[in-house]
Design a protein around this ligand. Structure first.
Ligand SMILES: *Cc1c(COP(=O)(O)O)cnc(C)c1O
Length: 401
């Protein structure tokens, strides 16, 4: 296909080729269509766009730097590596780009109550933050198991004024929290907006969340042109639901010479229930509103997943990534827990930057390939978040003495 016209997808029912769509209960169809319409209107609304730009700059901390990791590049002995520093944003990850965009939209359509799901707690913190900023009621659904594992983020959400609801059904993790948020929304959609946390779920979320994160790629494009006078050869980002990756990739899709690489969580290796790499051993199916690649057994039951990083630990990938893979525009690889932990330690010691364990999967891929690339080639890696939240876990897994 001609990727120059790529911007036109998704179609009116939210399909990226074969993927995406609106697989939701009947009661949500009309509200989701109204949301898609309201969202379209914001694109041409100068007041909305000006408020969004102002908040991104003065509340969130944009633009984020594009940093030349000179010592790490030299150590690997090949490509020149740049880091897009989303880790420097308010609340410590890219997630605030989407949360701030969606709360403005919620305000515009007159919704006073906000719900969200969270796994590791990063999206819950971003949502609680924007709700405090706008004085809105905030309810965050979180698996009881995750509440145990992510205590500091639970405290943050509470301090910010959010109510954290423990979900005990199923495995009591992210997928179950999404189910509970959906159940709430079916009953409350007339006055409640659901701030979904990744480029997942029913249309219009994958498109909308992508668009709110496109600022990452738009800035990176301008910054690299200014610094190097040309576009990069390779973009690398980790892929959980896929929002930080699609945000970086999207403005480059028409530039066929820029290679796009998404890195999934390889966990302990590609064995059933021991990883979260949907493009390795996954299949096509429907989960929580969208048709995409996911991890399921032969009966269609969603499989358990595993990753050292909670933010990548989900059974389905965002539908636009499934589409990019199908048309051959995006490539997808994976990094194991051990490879990610090694990269986590590497970047910290070489550049003085402690990355999130999620982002460390993208760094691990760069560790593998940069040395074999020519010295005049350029890589941009999305540093999606900072690693402070991961210290306790990392200390258990690494030998730092
Ligand atoms: C949540 C999270 C991710 C994974 O989510 P995507 O939607 O795939 O971007 C990656 N990195 C960080 C730091 C996160 O908090």
């Amino acid at each position: 296909m001609d990727t120059k016209v790529y911007q036109q997808v998704p179609d009116a029912t939210g399909h990226f080729g074969n993927y995406g769509g609106m697989f939701v209960p009947e009661t949500l169809m009309a509200p989701l269509k109204a949301l898609a319409l309201a969202y379209e209107e914001t694109k041409h609304d100068e007041v909305f766009q000006a408020e969004l730009s102002d908040l991104l700059m003065n509340f969130c901390g944009r633009p984020t730097p594009l940093y030349h990791a000179a010592r790490w590049s030299e150590k690997l002995g090949g490509a020149k590596i740049y880091l897009k520093r989303e880790d420097l944003l308010h609340t410590g990850a890219h997630k605030i780009n989407n949360a701030i965009g969606q709360i403005l939209l919620a305000k515009r359509i007159g919704k006073k109550r906000i719900i969200a799901e969270t796994g590791a707690g990063q999206h819950g913190v971003a949502t609680a933050t924007v709700c405090a900023r706008f004085g809105m009621e905030c309810i965050v659904y979180m698996g009881a198991v995750d509440i145990e594992r992510q205590a500091p983020n639970v405290s943050r959400m509470k301090l910010l004024g959010a109510k954290v609801v423990a979900v005990t059904s199923g495995q009591a993790t992210l997928k179950d929290a999404v189910n509970e948020a959906m159940r709430d929304w079916v009953a409350s959609v007339d006055h409640t907006h659901y701030i979904l946390g990744s480029a997942l779920g029913s249309h219009p979320f994958p498109m909308m969340v992508r668009d709110f994160h496109r600022v990452i790629g738009l800035e990176a494009r301008e910054q690299i042109l200014e610094r190097e006078g040309r576009l990069p050869d390779l973009l690398v980002a980790c892929v959980g639901g896929g929002s930080n990756a699609i945000g970086l990739f999207h403005p480059f899709i028409g530039d066929e010479d820029v290679k796009l690489m998404g890195v999934e969580a390889g966990g302990d290796g590609i064995f059933p229930e021991r990883h979260a790499a949907r493009f390795q051993g996954g299949k096509l199916g429907v989960l929580q509103g969208t048709k995409t690649w996911l991890l399921a057994d032969d009966d269609g039951q969603i499989e358990l997943t595993h990753s050292v990083s909670a933010g990548l630990d989900y059974a389905a990938v965002g539908p636009e990534h499934a589409y990019l893979k199908e048309i051959g525009r995006g490539d997808y690889s994976y990094a194991t827990d051990d490879e990610a932990l090694a990269a986590f330690q590497d970047l910290s010691a070489t550049e003085g930057i402690i990355p999130a364990l999620e982002s460390s999967h993208a760094l691990a891929y760069v560790n593998k390939v940069a040395g074999d690339m020519p010295e005049d080639s350029i890589i941009i890696v999305n540093l999606s978040g900072r690693g402070d939240k991961d210290m306790e876990q990392a200390l258990k897994l690494l030998d730092l003495d």
